[in-house]
Design a protein around this ligand. Sequence first.
Ligand SMILES: NC(=O)c1ccc[n+]([C@@H]2O[C@H](COP(=O)([O-])OP(=O)(O)OC[C@H]3O[C@@H](n4cnc5c(N)ncnc54)[C@H](OP(=O)(O)O)[C@@H]3O)[C@@H](O)[C@H]2O)c1
Length: 263
Amino acid sequence: MNKLNFKNTTVLITGASSGIGKEFATQLANKGANLILIARTQSDLTKLEEELECQCTDIWIKTIATDLTRPNSSRNLVAQINGLGLSVDYLINNAGFGRFCEFSEECFEIYHNMLMLNINALVELTHLCLPRMRAKNTGGIINVASIGSFQPLPYQAVYGASKAFVLSFSEALTGELMDTNVHVMALCPGTTESRFMEKANADTSKMRLAPACDVVNSALVAYEANRMYTVSGTMNYLMSLIPRFVSRKRTVKIVANMFKPKT
Ligand SMILES: NC(=O)c1ccc[n+]([C@@H]2O[C@H](COP(=O)([O-])OP(=O)(O)OC[C@H]3O[C@@H](n4cnc5c(N)ncnc54)[C@H](OP(=O)(O)O)[C@@H]3O)[C@@H](O)[C@H]2O)c1
């Protein structure tokens, strides 16, 4: 494995306008990476682009506003990037959302969009970007999963299942890429400061939220260390081990008790 150097590489970040994605953009810009930033809200992307271009004068930034829940959006996005004569060295599949609620109380359209964003867009962008990385035998992908990837999440049932998918999918790709210099890692954050909880209708009064800069900083350290997955924070890491020592039913009961009051 070559020593990782983001300078002059092109990094595509989904969900780049806020929270964890915005922090990836900031830290990678400061490492000299050129950025393609994706979210739905163009004004947020433009604001970030202007901030980063002031901080880091030796990089370029492109912003593309697109809704990744829409059919063909990933394909159109990569066609647009190719049309600009660009190719993606690193892909950060970060855009995602969840909902805190009893499963049957949310309308199906929300679940449909959640699955389109958290799973379909992530898989399709990986499918579109990975062949070029393999051909060049360099680069890679960080898929943002969750601490919730390790066990079912009552009161976030679809979200938790989508994040279990992301971890499983990422680790499977690692198995296929063992003999290459292309590196896939799943990032499993715990509760983090961002717009996520507000959009998820979660009660955060008793939650401890990690700063997004710490989550991303530790993720990039783990990625450089060639880790297959990383859980941000020691307490979160210990919690991710609980399903290894407790029965599945007991685990589900613990998580249900944890999240019922937060919906
Ligand atoms: N925060 C946490 O506690 C936490 C914990 C574990 C895992 N995660 C994961 O971390 C990732 C980032 O979340 P965050 O916490 O940083 O949340 P956030 O602050 O809500 O950021 C979400 C980002 O995704 C973009 N986005 C949302 N829907 C989109 C769509 N349909 N198409 C394109 N972009 C879209 C948003 O911008 P627009 O609204 O403008 O599109 C924003 O840039 C997610 O995958 C989440 O599941 C978060």
